[in-house]
Design a binder for this molecule. Structure first.
Ligand SMILES: [Zn+2]
Ligand SMILES: [Zn+2]
Length: 156
């Protein structure tokens, strides 16, 4: 995979399309409650790109913003028409200047990059068996500053 390869993707209805340049800076499988609720699926995979490496051809999104238990703003974008969760940002210092693309929204072959690990395995579904290098109970930079409502509590 060359470093400046272009990949395209978008939502289910085709209203929102994007393209990315190069490989993601990081990509992990995330079992956190926020990803579970964002996607309705047991885990999410975020492919984090530098903002300048993501071009949005349209921006017809609804945005949902909330403050995480670490005090960061999580800003997530859903297609206004079909509801696909396409991309998000988190205001954590480690993620500055990066945008996460919901990995399964790439056009086929959708899974052209690898994932380096799993995070938030504390709320991982028992029937999920993923092979990757690193596993974290939470995340390497986990530093909660508040207690979430029960429905977000992945420690149970
Ligand atoms: Zn759509
Ligand atoms: Zn997550």
């Amino acid at each position: 995979m060359s470093d400046n390869e272009i990949h395209q993707g978008g939502c289910a209805c085709g209203e929102n399309r994007y393209e990315t340049t190069g490989n993601p800076e990081r990509a992990r499988v995330c079992h956190c409650r926020y990803c579970q609720l964002r996607s309705g699926s047991p885990f999410g995979v975020g492919a984090w790109f530098k903002e300048e490496n993501v071009k949005h051809h349209s921006q017809n999104y609804n945005q949902y913003k909330f403050v995480t238990e670490s005090g960061n703003t999580f800003e997530t974008n859903f297609c206004k028409k079909c509801g696909t969760s396409v991309y998000w940002t988190i205001s954590a210092p480690a993620l500055k200047g990066l945008t996460a693309i919901a990995a399964a929204t790439f056009d086929p072959p959708s899974f052209w990059f690898g994932v380096s690990g799993e995070i938030f395995t504390r709320s991982k579904a028992p029937y999920i068996d993923i092979k990757c290098e690193e596993q974290f109970e939470t995340s390497p930079t986990y530093n909660p500053t508040k207690k979430d409502e029960d429905r977000f509590d992945g420690s149970k």
